[in-house]
Design a protein around this ligand. Structure first.
Ligand SMILES: Nc1nc2c(ncn2[C@@H]2O[C@H](COP(=O)(O)OP(=O)(O)OP(=O)(O)O)[C@@H](O)[C@H]2O)c(=O)[nH]1
Ligand SMILES: [Zn+2]
Ligand SMILES: [Zn+2]
Length: 228
Protein backbone atom coordinates (compact mmCIF):
# COMPACT_ATOMS: atom_id res chain seq x y z
CA UNK A 1 0.00 0.00 0.00
CA UNK A 2 1.17 3.51 -0.78
CA UNK A 3 0.81 6.18 1.91
CA UNK A 4 0.51 9.91 1.14
CA UNK A 5 0.25 12.71 3.70
CA UNK A 6 -1.81 15.70 2.56
CA UNK A 7 -1.84 18.77 4.82
CA UNK A 8 -2.84 22.39 4.41
CA UNK A 9 -4.63 25.30 6.03
CA UNK A 10 -8.40 25.00 6.66
CA UNK A 11 -10.53 25.30 3.51
CA UNK A 12 -7.51 25.43 1.19
CA UNK A 13 -9.10 22.74 -0.99
CA UNK A 14 -7.58 19.50 0.37
CA UNK A 15 -10.77 17.44 0.10
CA UNK A 16 -11.63 18.84 -3.34
CA UNK A 17 -8.14 18.01 -4.62
CA UNK A 18 -8.17 14.51 -3.08
CA UNK A 19 -11.60 13.82 -4.63
CA UNK A 20 -10.19 14.95 -8.00
CA UNK A 21 -7.29 12.51 -7.59
CA UNK A 22 -9.69 9.72 -6.58
CA UNK A 23 -11.74 10.35 -9.74
CA UNK A 24 -8.57 10.24 -11.84
CA UNK A 25 -7.47 6.96 -10.24
CA UNK A 26 -10.84 5.28 -9.89
CA UNK A 27 -10.50 2.66 -12.58
CA UNK A 28 -7.07 1.51 -11.50
CA UNK A 29 -6.49 2.03 -7.78
CA UNK A 30 -8.56 1.62 -4.62
CA UNK A 31 -8.07 4.70 -2.42
CA UNK A 32 -8.79 5.04 1.32
CA UNK A 33 -8.71 8.28 3.33
CA UNK A 34 -8.02 9.10 6.96
CA UNK A 35 -9.20 12.57 7.91
CA UNK A 36 -7.58 14.26 10.92
CA UNK A 37 -9.17 17.37 12.31
CA UNK A 38 -9.49 19.15 15.61
CA UNK A 39 -13.11 19.72 16.60
CA UNK A 40 -15.38 18.86 13.72
CA UNK A 41 -15.45 17.73 10.11
CA UNK A 42 -18.01 16.47 7.62
CA UNK A 43 -15.37 15.49 5.06
CA UNK A 44 -15.92 11.81 5.93
CA UNK A 45 -19.46 12.04 4.49
CA UNK A 46 -18.13 13.45 1.20
CA UNK A 47 -15.68 10.55 0.87
CA UNK A 48 -18.31 7.97 1.90
CA UNK A 49 -20.65 9.31 -0.79
CA UNK A 50 -17.99 8.39 -3.37
CA UNK A 51 -17.68 4.90 -1.90
CA UNK A 52 -14.23 5.69 -0.47
CA UNK A 53 -13.35 3.86 2.79
CA UNK A 54 -12.80 6.64 5.34
CA UNK A 55 -11.74 6.91 8.96
CA UNK A 56 -12.14 10.14 10.94
CA UNK A 57 -9.90 11.21 13.85
CA UNK A 58 -10.76 14.28 15.95
CA UNK A 59 -7.95 15.45 18.20
CA UNK A 60 -10.10 17.59 20.53
CA UNK A 61 -7.86 19.55 22.90
CA UNK A 62 -4.66 18.21 21.37
CA UNK A 63 -2.63 19.57 18.44
CA UNK A 64 -4.01 17.54 15.48
CA UNK A 65 -0.49 16.74 14.26
CA UNK A 66 0.53 15.27 17.63
CA UNK A 67 -2.70 13.23 17.48
CA UNK A 68 -1.84 12.20 13.91
CA UNK A 69 1.61 10.84 14.77
CA UNK A 70 0.20 8.89 17.72
CA UNK A 71 -2.38 7.21 15.48
CA UNK A 72 -0.92 6.87 11.99
CA UNK A 73 0.41 3.32 12.40
CA UNK A 74 -3.05 2.03 13.44
CA UNK A 75 -4.53 3.90 10.44
CA UNK A 76 -2.03 2.27 8.09
CA UNK A 77 -2.98 -1.17 9.45
CA UNK A 78 -6.67 -0.21 8.96
CA UNK A 79 -5.94 0.74 5.34
CA UNK A 80 -4.20 -2.57 4.69
CA UNK A 81 -7.16 -4.45 6.21
CA UNK A 82 -9.50 -2.48 3.89
CA UNK A 83 -7.44 -3.65 0.92
CA UNK A 84 -6.72 -0.15 -0.35
CA UNK A 85 -3.86 0.49 -2.80
CA UNK A 86 -3.33 4.11 -1.73
CA UNK A 87 -4.02 5.50 1.74
CA UNK A 88 -4.26 9.29 1.90
CA UNK A 89 -4.17 11.12 5.22
CA UNK A 90 -5.85 14.52 5.09
CA UNK A 91 -4.76 16.75 7.97
CA UNK A 92 -6.16 20.17 8.72
CA UNK A 93 -3.11 22.35 9.19
CA UNK A 94 -4.34 24.16 12.24
CA UNK A 95 -0.99 24.34 13.95
CA UNK A 96 1.67 26.02 11.84
CA UNK A 97 4.48 24.79 14.10
CA UNK A 98 3.79 21.13 13.43
CA UNK A 99 3.53 18.99 10.33
CA UNK A 100 2.45 15.39 9.71
CA UNK A 101 5.04 14.79 6.98
CA UNK A 102 7.16 11.65 7.41
CA UNK A 103 10.57 10.86 5.91
CA UNK A 104 10.28 8.56 2.86
CA UNK A 105 6.48 9.04 2.72
CA UNK A 106 5.21 11.24 -0.12
CA UNK A 107 4.19 14.60 1.37
CA UNK A 108 1.75 17.10 -0.16
CA UNK A 109 0.83 20.60 1.04
CA UNK A 110 -2.33 22.22 -0.36
CA UNK A 111 -2.57 25.99 -0.20
CA UNK A 112 -4.80 28.40 -2.06
CA UNK A 113 -4.11 31.52 -4.07
CA UNK A 114 -6.60 33.50 -1.99
CA UNK A 115 -4.74 33.08 1.29
CA UNK A 116 -2.47 36.06 0.63
CA UNK A 117 1.12 36.41 -0.54
CA UNK A 118 2.51 36.44 3.02
CA UNK A 119 0.94 33.06 3.86
CA UNK A 120 3.66 30.78 2.44
CA UNK A 121 6.16 32.31 4.88
CA UNK A 122 3.85 31.75 7.84
CA UNK A 123 2.90 28.15 7.24
CA UNK A 124 6.11 26.51 8.46
CA UNK A 125 7.14 22.83 8.17
CA UNK A 126 3.87 21.66 6.63
CA UNK A 127 4.86 23.64 3.50
CA UNK A 128 8.63 23.76 3.90
CA UNK A 129 9.05 19.99 4.09
CA UNK A 130 6.50 18.96 1.43
CA UNK A 131 7.57 17.15 -1.76
CA UNK A 132 4.65 18.56 -3.72
CA UNK A 133 2.86 21.86 -3.19
CA UNK A 134 -0.60 22.01 -4.72
CA UNK A 135 -1.92 25.52 -5.29
CA UNK A 136 -5.71 25.79 -5.67
CA UNK A 137 -8.24 28.48 -6.56
CA UNK A 138 -6.20 29.84 -9.46
CA UNK A 139 -9.51 30.35 -11.27
CA UNK A 140 -10.44 33.33 -9.11
CA UNK A 141 -7.20 35.33 -9.24
CA UNK A 142 -5.29 36.93 -12.10
CA UNK A 143 -2.32 35.40 -13.93
CA UNK A 144 -0.03 37.94 -12.19
CA UNK A 145 -1.34 36.96 -8.75
CA UNK A 146 -0.86 33.26 -9.56
CA UNK A 147 2.74 33.90 -10.56
CA UNK A 148 3.59 36.00 -7.48
CA UNK A 149 2.00 33.41 -5.17
CA UNK A 150 3.88 30.51 -6.80
CA UNK A 151 7.12 32.54 -6.55
CA UNK A 152 6.56 33.02 -2.80
CA UNK A 153 5.96 29.29 -2.40
CA UNK A 154 9.17 28.55 -4.29
CA UNK A 155 11.09 30.90 -1.94
CA UNK A 156 9.94 28.91 1.07
CA UNK A 157 10.38 25.46 -0.47
CA UNK A 158 12.68 25.56 -3.52
CA UNK A 159 12.78 21.75 -3.83
CA UNK A 160 9.05 21.06 -4.08
CA UNK A 161 7.18 20.28 -7.28
CA UNK A 162 4.48 22.93 -7.64
CA UNK A 163 1.20 21.82 -9.22
CA UNK A 164 -1.79 24.01 -9.94
CA UNK A 165 -5.06 22.14 -9.37
CA UNK A 166 -8.60 23.44 -9.71
CA UNK A 167 -10.53 21.79 -6.87
CA UNK A 168 -13.86 22.39 -8.56
CA UNK A 169 -13.22 21.21 -12.12
CA UNK A 170 -10.46 18.74 -11.20
CA UNK A 171 -8.12 20.29 -13.75
CA UNK A 172 -4.56 19.30 -12.81
CA UNK A 173 -5.66 16.38 -10.60
CA UNK A 174 -4.57 13.77 -13.14
CA UNK A 175 -0.97 14.98 -12.95
CA UNK A 176 -1.10 14.80 -9.15
CA UNK A 177 -2.58 11.29 -9.37
CA UNK A 178 0.47 10.10 -11.32
CA UNK A 179 2.71 11.40 -8.50
CA UNK A 180 0.59 9.38 -6.04
CA UNK A 181 0.90 6.17 -8.06
CA UNK A 182 4.70 6.61 -8.11
CA UNK A 183 4.88 6.69 -4.27
CA UNK A 184 6.81 3.87 -2.57
CA UNK A 185 5.02 0.81 -1.12
CA UNK A 186 4.82 0.61 2.69
CA UNK A 187 3.37 -1.88 5.13
CA UNK A 188 4.15 0.00 8.34
CA UNK A 189 5.11 3.40 9.67
CA UNK A 190 6.86 1.81 12.68
CA UNK A 191 10.46 2.99 12.86
CA UNK A 192 9.96 5.84 10.39
CA UNK A 193 10.67 9.42 11.43
CA UNK A 194 8.84 12.71 11.17
CA UNK A 195 10.46 15.21 8.82
CA UNK A 196 10.22 17.87 11.53
CA UNK A 197 10.17 17.51 15.31
CA UNK A 198 6.94 18.71 16.90
CA UNK A 199 7.51 21.24 19.64
CA UNK A 200 5.10 20.69 22.50
CA UNK A 201 5.27 23.44 25.08
CA UNK A 202 3.92 21.44 28.02
CA UNK A 203 3.29 24.45 30.24
CA UNK A 204 0.54 24.68 32.82
CA UNK A 205 -1.86 25.96 30.11
CA UNK A 206 -1.27 22.80 28.05
CA UNK A 207 -2.45 20.91 31.12
CA UNK A 208 -5.70 22.84 31.50
CA UNK A 209 -4.77 25.89 33.59
CA UNK A 210 -7.01 28.88 32.78
CA UNK A 211 -5.90 31.43 35.41
CA UNK A 212 -3.62 34.32 34.36
CA UNK A 213 -0.57 35.33 36.41
CA UNK A 214 3.08 34.38 36.93
CA UNK A 215 2.31 32.05 39.84
CA UNK A 216 0.15 29.86 37.58
CA UNK A 217 2.77 29.61 34.82
CA UNK A 218 4.83 26.48 35.26
CA UNK A 219 6.82 24.16 33.06
CA UNK A 220 8.05 25.30 29.66
CA UNK A 221 7.15 29.02 29.85
CA UNK A 222 8.81 31.55 27.57
CA UNK A 223 8.60 35.29 28.14
CA UNK A 224 8.79 38.06 25.55
CA UNK A 225 11.70 40.51 25.67
CA UNK A 226 10.04 43.76 26.82
CA UNK A 227 13.13 46.02 27.06
CA UNK A 228 13.62 48.53 24.23
N1 LIG B 1 -13.00 28.57 -6.96
C1 LIG B 1 -12.42 27.51 -6.43
N2 LIG B 1 -12.92 26.98 -5.28
C2 LIG B 1 -12.32 25.90 -4.76
C3 LIG B 1 -11.19 25.29 -5.36
N3 LIG B 1 -10.82 24.24 -4.60
C4 LIG B 1 -11.68 24.18 -3.56
N4 LIG B 1 -12.60 25.18 -3.65
C5 LIG B 1 -13.70 25.48 -2.72
O1 LIG B 1 -13.12 25.83 -1.46
C6 LIG B 1 -13.94 25.37 -0.39
C7 LIG B 1 -13.11 24.52 0.55
O2 LIG B 1 -12.71 23.34 -0.13
P1 LIG B 1 -12.40 21.98 0.62
O3 LIG B 1 -11.97 21.00 -0.41
O4 LIG B 1 -13.51 21.58 1.52
O5 LIG B 1 -11.16 22.42 1.51
P2 LIG B 1 -10.41 21.58 2.67
O6 LIG B 1 -9.01 22.07 2.68
O7 LIG B 1 -10.62 20.13 2.47
O8 LIG B 1 -11.19 22.09 3.95
P3 LIG B 1 -11.12 21.51 5.46
O9 LIG B 1 -10.89 20.04 5.38
O10 LIG B 1 -12.44 21.87 6.04
O11 LIG B 1 -9.98 22.24 6.11
C8 LIG B 1 -15.08 24.62 -1.03
O12 LIG B 1 -16.19 25.49 -1.11
C9 LIG B 1 -14.56 24.27 -2.42
O13 LIG B 1 -15.58 24.15 -3.37
C10 LIG B 1 -10.67 25.88 -6.58
O14 LIG B 1 -9.67 25.44 -7.18
N5 LIG B 1 -11.34 26.98 -7.05
ZN1 LIG C 1 -11.24 18.72 3.80
ZN1 LIG D 1 1.23 21.52 16.86
Amino acid sequence: MKVITVAGPPSSGKTSVILGVIDALKQHQKVGVVKFDCLNTDDDKLYEKRGVPVKKGLSGSMCPDHFFVSNIEECVQWGIAQGVDILISESAGLCNRCSPHIKDVKAVCVIDNLSGVATPKKIGPMLKSADIVVITKGDIVSQAEREVFAYRVKNVNPNAIILHVNGITGQGAYELATVFTDAPEDITMNGKQLRFSMPSALCSYCLGETRIGASYQMGNVRKMEMKE
